[in-house]
Design a binder for this molecule. Structure first.
Ligand code: PMP
Ligand code: GLU
Length: 398
C-alpha cells in the first residue's frame, strides 16, 4: 500500500542525524561496541532542580491541556530571558512555545512560505531546513559557505542571492553542522543588506546560543532597524540538557506569533504541560549549570581539535560554538579497503562505522558532500577512543 504515501512525503528525505543515531542504538542493542558521535545532543542529564519542577508539576496536576501558545508564566519567563540575555524587548503575545525548536521552525516556515516563494539558506545548514522548506513548497536558494570562509557568508554574497521572489532567510549561529559563529560586527554587515530589503523575513535559529567558545552571542534581532523583520527561534534542549522534554519557542512579530498559534492549534495543541513547567524552572533559575556545561564542551572542543589535527587527511575549521567538528575528508575518496571503494561521504561514514565502530553523519545531508559531522557531545574518554579508532581505520585505506 506504499502508493498511498503522498508525493509530499516521498519527496522529503529522512533526517540523516536521526537515521545515524537510530543505527547506533540498534547496533549497541545487538551488543556492538559503538561510539555514537552522530547525534547532536548534550550527554549531560537535565539538572536536578528542573527535574524536581517536573515532578512537582505532576503532583500539582499540571495534567490538563495547556494553552496552545504556552502557559502565560512560561511566555513571561521567555520575555525576561530575551531581556536579560539578549537585550531584546518582546511582549508575551509575541512568544509561542512549541514542541521543540524543530516545531517552532516548522510553524514559521509553514506560516510564511508557499509555492513561488524563495528562501535563502547559507549552506552547510542543519539537515531539517531543506526538508521543512520542501514541505512548504517554497524554493531554496543556497549560498555556499565553504571551509575557507570559515563557513560564513559575506554581505556581498547575500545581496547577490536576493531576487524579487525572496521571502525569507534562515541561518543558525552558532551553526549546526560547522560550529561557525557570526559576531555582532559580522552581523552588522548582513544587517545593512537586510535593512534595504524590509520584506525579507529573517529566521534566526539561536538554539546553540549558550554553547559559544569565542564571544558574546549576537542576533540580527538586536539591530533596531530589523526588529520587525526577525523571528528568533530558541529552546531549552541544548542550553539545559533537555532534548527529551521537547520545548522550544519563537519570538517575533505579533502577526507571525498569531499565525503560529493558529497552525499549532490545529496540529499538536500546546506543548507537554509537564515539560513546560520544567522549562519554566530552567529559564527562571541561574545559568550556572549551563555555563559549567559550556566549559566542559570547550575542553572537549580543544581535545577534538588536537586529536583530529593529528589525523592526516582531516581538514577542518575549528568550531567557535555548538558541539560539532565538520572536517573535509574528501582526500579519502577513491581509496579502498577489502574491495570496498570509498566513493563519497556516505561510504566514508559506513567504512568508519564498520572498521572503527564510530558513527558520524555524512556531510551531504547538510549540503557539503566533502565533509562529515563529528559531534563532540561525548565524554573525553569516548572522544579519545573514537579518534584513536578512526586513525587506525584510515591506515587501512589504500
Ligand atoms: N536547530 C538546530 C540548528 C538544531 O541543531 C536542532 C537540533 N537540536 C534544532 C533546531 C531543534 O532542536 P529541538 O527541537 O530539540 O529544540
Ligand atoms: N539537532 C540534533 C542534530 O543535529 C538532533 C537531531 C535532529 O533533530 O536532527 O543531531
Amino acid at each position: 500500500m506504499t502508493e498511498f504515501i503522498t508525493d509530499r512525503i516521498r519527496n522529503i528525505q529522512e533526517s540523516s542525524t536521526l537515521r545515524m543515531s537510530k543505527l547506533s542504538r540498534e547496533l549497541k542493542e545487538q551488543g556492538q561496541d559503538i561510539i555514537n558521535l552522530s547525534i547532536g545532543e548534550p550527554d549531560f542529564d537535565t539538572p536536578d532542580h528542573i527535574k524536581l519542577a517536573a515532578i512537582a508539576a505532576i503532583e500539582e496536576n499540571y495534567t490538563h491541556y495547556p494553552p496552545v501558545a504556552g502557559y502565560p508564566e512560561l511566555r513571561r519567563a521567555i520575555v525576561e530571558k530575551f531581556k536579560n540575555d539578549n537585550g531584546l524587548t518582546y511582549k508575551a503575545s509575541q512568544v509561542i512555545v512549541s514542541t521543540g525548536a524543530k516545531q517552532s521552525l516548522m510553524n514559521v516556515i509553514f506560516c510564511t512560505l508557499q509555492e513561488g516563494d524563495e528562501i535563502i539558506v547559507p549552506q552547510p545548514c542543519w539537515v531539517s531546513y531543506p526538508e521543512m522548506i520542501k514541505l512548504s513548497c517554497a524554493k531554496v536558494n543556497y549560498i555556499k559557505a565553504g571551509i575557507d570562509s570559515g563557513f560564513k557568508i559575506s554581505a556581498r554574497e547575500l545581496e547577490a542571492a536576493i531576487t524579487p521572489k525572496t521571502r525569507a532567510f534562515i541561518y543558525s549561529s552558532p551553526n549546526n553542522p560547522t560550529g561557525s559563529f557570526y559576531s555582532h560586527e559580522e552581523l552588522a554587515e548582513l544587517a545593512k543588506v537586510f535593512a534595504r530589503h524590509p520584506n525579507i523575513l529573517i529566521i534566526s535559529d539561536e538554539i546553540y546560543e549558550h554553547i559559544n567558545f569565542t564571544g558574546k552571542h549576537a542576533s540580527l534581532a538586536q539591530f533596531p532597524e530589523l526588529y520587525d523583520q526577525v523571528v528568533v527561534i530558541n529552546g531549552v534542549s541544548k542550553a539545559f540538557a533537555m532534548t527529551g522534554w521537547r520545548i522550544g519557542y519563537m519570538a517575533g512579530p505579533e502577526w507571525l506569533a498569531q499565525a503560529c498559534e493558529k497552525l499549532q492549534g490545529q496540529f499538536t495543541s500546546g506543548a507537554c504541560s509537564i515539560s513546560q513547567r520544567a522549562a519554566l524552572a530552567a529559564l527562571t533559575s541561574s545559568l550556572a549549570p549551563t555555563k559549567e556545561m559550556c566549559k566542559t564542551f570547550q575542553k572537549r572542543r580543544e581535545l577534538v581539535v588536537r586529536l583530529f589535527n593529528g589525523i592526516e587527511g582531516f581538514r577542518f575549521h575549528a568550531p567557535e560554538g555548538a558541539f560539532y567538528l565538520f572536517p573535509d575528508i574528501s582526500v579519502f575518496f577513491g581509496k579502498s579497503f577489502d574491495g570496498e571503494l570509498i566513493k563519497n561521504d556516505e561510504d566514508f561514514c559506513m567504512f568508519i562505522l564498520k572498521e572503527a565502530k564510530v558513527t558520524l553523519v555524512a556531510g551531504s545531508g547538510f549540503g557539503d558532500a566533502d565533509c562529515v559531522r563529528i559531534s563532540f557531545a561525548a565524554s573525553s574518554d569516548q572522544l579519545e577512543e573514537a579518534a584513536g579508532r578512526i586513525k587506525e581505520a584510515i591506515k587501512l585505506l589504500k
